[in-house]
Design a protein around this ligand. Structure first.
Ligand code: 5GP
Ligand code: MN
Length: 340
């Protein structure tokens, strides 16, 4: 399928909403990743080109390896200036909900968005979208919201407005959501989109280097530590667990984003189908889940750890202690496998 995949009827409605509005808020999910920030920045630059007033308001901060992106300095972080952000949202006549599909994922902006009276458009690729918007672009077949953003702009007839800068943002989300086009990226159309982005003049090696060669020595040591001391392999369940304690984070001078990608490493152990990382934060244990093939690990995230996500990549949290969280996961695991 090499055609644009945006629904033609829906895009007509989007066109009407865009024509009618003047002031637009763009909201990525809380704890935004490359896809959330990339798609927000791409949309923002496109809307500015269209002559709109638009503002990205991120519910929370994001890691340094995303701060080189073009337009980054235009992003407001809600927690750094709540009043200004709320005023902007409440005086907007259109709100884009980007890379998430439930206000629960909007973090501290949940209540503000629930009450906001502006028309809302969702652009997202996660399963189980909630009916919280006027116009929903939701497609789990897309590898990333960034890929969808390309399709969205193209469907509006504006492919020629996608310049090098917008292309960099879109490419970033495509590679960060697919592990550099290694998983969740088997559709031919994705490569047609990537081809178009390359034709816009992006420097692929520079982008990869900005994202992946930007770590501190401490981050490298933290990774070494958790793969050495924190790894447990549950062979009978084809599952690996890695654990990071609060003390580990302090010892290796943890910065936002340092643990990004750690959870993927154990999947390269022969036979592993599931990898889980437990990270002990101040009052919560954050959990990331990854799986291979048709193992729906997002079910475990959703049913036991207040989270969700894609079949092969999900996240959640618990207020339990680190030990209790891991024990609970180990308890749930046999049942989960039986249910498949
Ligand atoms: P990560 O492990 O990288 O934080 O997240 C992996 C995937 O799971 C992402 O696509 C993200 O959107 C989703 N995800 C992470 N945390 C949550 C959560 O608390 N709730 C839901 N519904 N999805 C999550
Ligand atoms: Mn995404």
């Amino acid at each position: 399928n090499l055609q644009n995949r945006i629904d033609a009827e829906l895009i007509k409605e989007a066109e009407i909403l865009l024509n009618e509005c003047a002031k637009i808020s763009i909201i990525p999910h809380s704890g935004p990743d490359g896809d959330a920030i990339g798609s927000s920045l791409a949309l923002h630059q496109y809307l500015i080109k269209k002559g709109k007033q638009a503002q990205i308001i991120s519910p929370s901060a994001y890691p340094v390896f995303l701060k080189w992106l073009p337009g980054n300095s235009d992003v407001w972080i809600y927690t750094n200036g709540k009043k200004k952000a709320e005023e902007y949202i409440n005086s907007s006549d259109l709100i884009f909900i980007v890379d998430h599909n439930s206000f629960k994922r909007s973090g501290d902006l949940e209540g503000v968005l629930e009450k906001a009276t502006a028309k809302k458009i969702m652009i997202d690729h996660h399963p189980e979208p909630e009916q919280i918007v006027d116009l929903m672009f939701s497609d789990t077949q897309m590898c990333s919201t960034c890929e969808m953003m390309y399709e969205f702009i193209e469907a509006l007839g504006d492919e020629d407005m996608i310049d090098e800068s917008i292309s960099e943002c879109i490419y970033t989300g495509i590679i960060t959501d697919t592990g550099g086009l290694s998983y969740n990226s088997s559709q031919p159309r994705t490569y047609q989109v990537v081809g178009s982005l390359l034709a816009k003049g992006i420097d692929k090696s520079k982008i990869h280097s900005n994202i992946y060669d930007n770590f501190s020595p401490d981050r490298m040591k933290l990774l070494g530590h958790c793969l050495d001391q924190g790894l447990e392999v549950l062979s009978e369940f084809n599952t690996a667990i890695i654990t990071l304690t609060k003390e580990d984070l302090v010892r290796f001078n943890y910065r936002d984003g340092d643990t990004e990608g750690f959870v993927n490493y154990p999947l390269s152990i022969q036979g592993m189908l599931v990898s889980v990382i437990f990270i002990e934060k101040d009052d919560v244990v954050k959990i990331s889940f990854r799986s291979k093939g048709d193992v729906p690990i997002n079910r475990v995230a959703r049913d036991y750890f207040k989270g969700g996500g894609h079949m092969n990549a999900a996240g959640g949290r618990t207020e339990k202690s680190l030990k209790d969280a891991i024990d609970q996961f180990k308890q749930v695991l046999p049942e989960f496998y039986k249910s498949l």
